[in-house]
Design a protein around this ligand. Structure first.
Ligand SMILES: C[S@@+](CC[C@H](N)C(=O)[O-])C[C@H]1O[C@@H](n2cnc3c(N)ncnc32)[C@H](O)[C@@H]1O
Length: 265
């Protein structure tokens, strides 16, 4: 009988690579177990985990991110140029790069007719840097999560420089949402990403959210720019698997993003 692959050893191999050293250990451990079960050796499993991490995290963020330089620029930028700098930085993550041309329209749609006191932005990427364009009062608490530890460290230093009330923290959504309540949860362009590792995770995640409202979005094209009916495919599959306690209030298709506003019934 074949010796089972040791998940801890797989995780060590993955974390030893500079490219993946900054990813949350809980996510690496989860993937090391699931990919380890499909692989013949630890080396093979580590390769599979790295491929998944690339699809879920690495493909979106620039390879080398100069967080220190960005913080220095945020510290010294004149107030009148701060919004333009945020827009520039949003361009360094593929998800916000696609959103940047229609930032105000998308945020106006998301936050119209709502005044959340707490927003929880799950798998946020650089989206919190768009806070300066969101039609929300300064006192709104903005909480943000992702699995990239360097990104989270950067956001925690950037928030006070941008006058954002709140903080960011590392959290792996494959283990469920963070155990905290919010008035509105943002789950922007994230479900297809999580489904790379767990095809059924979206339903459980939505059921476990402690919030009366959630905004879910999907890209209208792949990272490579191909359209191939993606929007229709995502929308249909999402609605088919939507837990009964959530109902769709409004849907809007933007050039780069399909956005659905949902309410817990
Ligand atoms: C497609 S991007 C979306 C980013 C952001 N929500 C936006 O729309 O601008 C997916 C994000 O999910 C994060 N991510 C990937 N796997 C995750 C996981 N298991 N838990 C939490 N975040 C994850 C990635 O680091 C990346 O920033």
């Amino acid at each position: 009988m074949r010796k089972p692959v040791a998940a801890e050893q797989v995780a060590q191999l993955v974390q030893g690579s500079r490219k993946y050293a900054d990813i949350d250990a809980a996510l690496v451990a989860t993937l090391s177990r699931s990919e380890g079960a499909k692989a013949a050796t630890e080396k093979d499993a580590a390769k599979r985990v790295k491929r998944k991490l690339h699809q879920m995290v690495g493909a979106y963020l620039d390879a080398e991110v100069p967080f220190g330089t960005w913080l220095e620029r945020l510290r010294t930028v004149p107030e009148g140029e701060r919004a333009a700098l945020c827009k520039e930085l949003l361009g360094h993550h593929a998800s916000t790069r696609e959103r940047v041309a229609e930032l105000r329209d998308i945020y106006d749609f998301i936050f119209a007719a709502s005044a959340p006191q707490t927003v929880l932005d799950l798998a946020c990427g650089l989206n919190p840097l768009g806070r300066v364009f969101m039609p929300l009062p300064a006192q709104t608490r903005y909480l943000a999560t992702d699995v990239h530890r360097g990104l989270i460290g950067f956001l925690n230093e950037a928030f006070p420089l941008l006058g954002i009330t709140g903080h960011a923290f590392v959290h792996d959504l494959l283990s469920g949402p963070p155990a905290m309540a919010a008035d509105m949860v943002l789950l922007l362009k994230t479900l297809p990403c999580l489904e790379q590792a767990d095809r059924a995770c979206g339903r459980g995640l939505l059921s476990a959210l402690q919030a009366p409202r959630v905004v879910v979005s999907f890209p209208t094209a792949s990272l490579g720019g191909a359209k191939r009916g993606m929007q229709h495919f995502y929308q249909q599959r999402f609605l088919e698997t939507l837990p009964a306690e959530w109902s769709v209030l409004q849907t809007q298709v933007f050039a780069s993003e399909l956005v659905l506003k949902l309410q817990r019934s």
